[in-house]
Ligand binder design. Structure first.
Ligand code: 1HE
Length: 257
């Protein structure tokens, strides 16, 4: 799992994955995309959640444009499919991924962020899809994932007009679930990842693998899938222990503070 531009650090029950190509604003070349795929396909046992962030002033400047050579149509399809495989490995991997965002989250960088399960942005964050002005289209799953966060109309506007969303309006639009002061995204993402890692593994699995599929199913199929998932989850020894702990007064109550 070693690549010069991808930093991996285990911190007890979580892992930090960092894009480490700051001099190129963490632009994603083919090697880095394949390294991300390999990383999420080979997470060590015992990692319960992952935080992903970027080195330097920006989270990620998107596709490495210096590699955008003359590709024919077939090569372009395969290149896009390579991105799909890598970001699917992240989204549908073994454990949840929290993105810690700052600075530019643009193009393929936004596609990467939108494949994560939770996004924490600091006040320096800005979101854009410059593909429109570069004469290309999204190819890293953005047309599927980004409208699920902000809607088709906002994404169309971003690509047609080059609109840039700053951190605060980006949070309101749905890009990020948490907005924190500048420089604090990583700390908040780590705090969330540690909390997520304490969940029953099957609950996290259901949230990653069942929930997005249920959301795409017709309602009667979705309700049936939900019932199957609920039955499987409640049967796990972990679930029984947690419910017993609550009933015996040994587990935390829900608190508004
Ligand atoms: C790059 C890239 C890149 C920076 N590919 N080399 N993405 C974009 O269209 C965004 C292009 N990048 C930018 O608009 C800016 O670089 C940033 C706003 C992200 C950052 O600005 P700044 O002033 O901090 O950095 P910089 O001086 O522009 O860039 C520093 C170096 O990184 C410079 O190289 P140097 O050798 O001259 O030092 C830049 O050329 C290089 N660099 N971004 C290659 N993207 C699956 S399809 C996805 C399709 C897309 O993602 S399209 C959108 C591509």
């Amino acid at each position: 799992m070693t690549h010069p531009d991808l930093f991996f650090e285990r911190q007890d029950e979580i892992a930090i994955v960092r894009l480490a190509r700051g001099a190129k604003r963490n632009a994603l070349n083919d090697g880095l995309i394949l390294a991300l795929r390999d990383c999420f396909q080979n997470l060590p046992e015992g990692v319960g959640a992952v935080v992903i962030d970027g080195e330097g002033e920006h989270f990620c400047a998107g596709l490495d444009l210096s590699e955008l050579k003359e590709r024919n149509a077939g090569q372009g399809v395969l290149h896009s499919r390579m991105w799909h495989q890598a970001l699917d490995a992240l989204q549908f991997g073994p454990v949840p991924v929290v993105a810690a965002l700052h600075g530019a989250v643009v193009g393929g960088g936004l596609e990467l962020a939108s494949a994560c399960h939770i996004r924490v942005a600091d006040e320096s964050t800005f979101y854009a899809l410059p593909e429109g002005s570069r004469g290309i289209f999204v190819g890293g799953g953005g047309s599927v994932r980004i409208p699920k966060l902000i809607g088709v109309a906002r994404m169309t506007d971003m690509m047609m007009t080059g609109r840039v969303y700053k951190a605060e309006e980006g949070e309101r639009a749905g890009f990020a679930q948490y907005l924190v002061p500048q420089g604090q995204a990583l700390a908040k993402a780590i705090e969330l990842a540690r909390r997520i890692a304490t969940n029953a593994p099957l609950t996290n699995y259901a949230l990653m693998h069942a929930l997005p599929r249920i959301a795409e199913q017709p309602a009667d199929h979705g309700l049936f899938t939900e019932a199957l998932m609920a039955g499987i989850a409640q049967d796990a020894p972990d679930a029984k222990q947690r419910v017993r702990a609550f009933l015996e007064g040994r587990a935390a109550k829900v608190s508004r503070d």
